[in-house]
Design a protein. Structure first.
Length: 371
């Protein structure tokens, strides 16, 4: 068997040990997978069932371009050429020529480390378990902790193929790519992308779509809901979930501020009479606070319970009439309070009873029937 590659921990916070070269530079012929004799090579080329056979035959059936050396185009062709040319006994020659193959051009060092783990050294079961745990943790931090095990494992398999060692996995750029893949898997209920060491594009594992819950997704949803409430804008839950998914996906290029901007623009349409103030940074909740305070006092309710995005009294007060320019005109406070006193709920309040008693007493006084 070939010398086992010395790969650092796959954890993004693991030791910063530089990854080993993709090829062992010892006398066994590097990534020849322990194939040190013509008989071993012949076995790998012709005997199905072994990991070495699976690797060296993964691109069999590929259409050969007659204008280029055939041994560069398939792995089995390369291995036969390596045996013929004596590269198996010279690690440098093996490495140099293997790097000229189409497989290496497509998969690079990380794909080679993955293939070594999966087909040659049999470390893949441990590697996939560790990487699955790391991706599960990242998914949970993002708010997708309920992604199915099959989807997590498929993401882990693709991750090992693209970023096998700890340096590649922990790279900030790759972490952004991985977050995009997790967000898309959660949103679409499955994975797509590179499948297997051959680097073929195809559909991976599938599972139910996962709504963002917890983690940074929930933090962003709560922030957007709070801002929308302050701006008097109502959105359905799916709008917030879609926003959280987009923010979680770095490839979207969208941030919380982008969606807050959308909420602000909607507020300027819903509360057109205050568009200038909104543009200057005022929140609708602050602008209509006199109405909210009047409601709390007249109807004896908790001011925090007033949802300005849906409350009919606040909506009416903020847009009683429409001016020549098409903008709404706010209602005077005294008129708004008189409107509130027409609500049957007002009759159940203490201030209504006090007001009615005071009015009745004044009426009696006017006829000299009371002092």
């Amino acid at each position: 068997m070939a010398t086992k590659p010395k790969v650092a921990s796959t954890g993004p916070t693991g030791p910063a040990t530089p990854p080993a070269p993709a090829f062992d530079t010892g006398s066994t012929g590097g990534f020849a997978g322990g194939l040190t004799s013509p008989a071993d090579v012949q076995s790998a080329l012709t005997t199905p069932g072994s990991g070495a056979y699976a690797f060296w035959h993964q691109d069999d059936g590929k259409k050969i371009d007659p204008s280029r050396p055939a041994w560069q185009q398939t792995l089995s062709g390369f291995l036969a050429e390596a045996q013929k040319q004596g590269w198996l006994g010279n690690a440098l020659s093996f490495q140099k020529n293997f790097r000229q193959t189409d497989w290496f051009a497509a998969n690079k060092d990380q794909g080679l480390l993955y293939a070594t783990s999966k087909f040659i050294n049999n470390t893949y079961p441990v590697d996939i378990q560790n990487r699955s745990a790391e991706i599960k943790q990242l998914a949970t931090e993002m708010g997708y902790g309920t992604l199915s095990d099959s989807v997590i494992q498929d993401l882990a398999d693709k991750s090992l193929f693209q970023a096998y060692d700890s340096n590649a996995f922990g790279n900030a750029g790759y972490q952004q790519i991985l977050k995009s893949k997790i967000a898309l898997a959660a949103q679409n209920g499955g994975t797509q992308g590179i499948t297997g060491a051959a680097g073929a594009l195809g559909t991976g594992a599938t599972g139910p779509a996962v709504a963002p819950a917890g983690g940074t997704a929930l933090d962003n949803i709560n922030s957007l809901k709070s801002y929308a409430q302050q701006m008097g804008v109502a959105h359905v839950d799916s709008w917030y979930q879609d926003a959280a998914n987009a923010i979680n996906n770095p490839s979207s290029g969208l941030t919380v501020n982008d969606f807050m901007g959308q909420i602000k623009d909607q507020a300027k349409l819903d509360w057109s009479g205050y568009a200038d103030k909104i543009d200057k940074g005022f929140k609708v909740s602050d602008i209509v606070s006199p109405y909210i305070n009047s409601m709390a006092r007249i109807l004896e309710i908790d001011p925090n319970a007033v949802d300005i995005s849906t409350d009919p009294y606040i909506k009416k007060a903020a847009g009683l009439t429409v001016g020549p320019d098409g903008t709404s005109q706010p209602m005077p406070t005294w008129q708004f309070e008189n409107l509130l006193r027409q609500d049957p709920k007002w009759l159940q309040t203490n201030n209504a009873r006090d007001s009615l008693m005071s009015t009745g007493l004044d009426f009696l006084k006017s006829f000299g029937l009371a002092q």
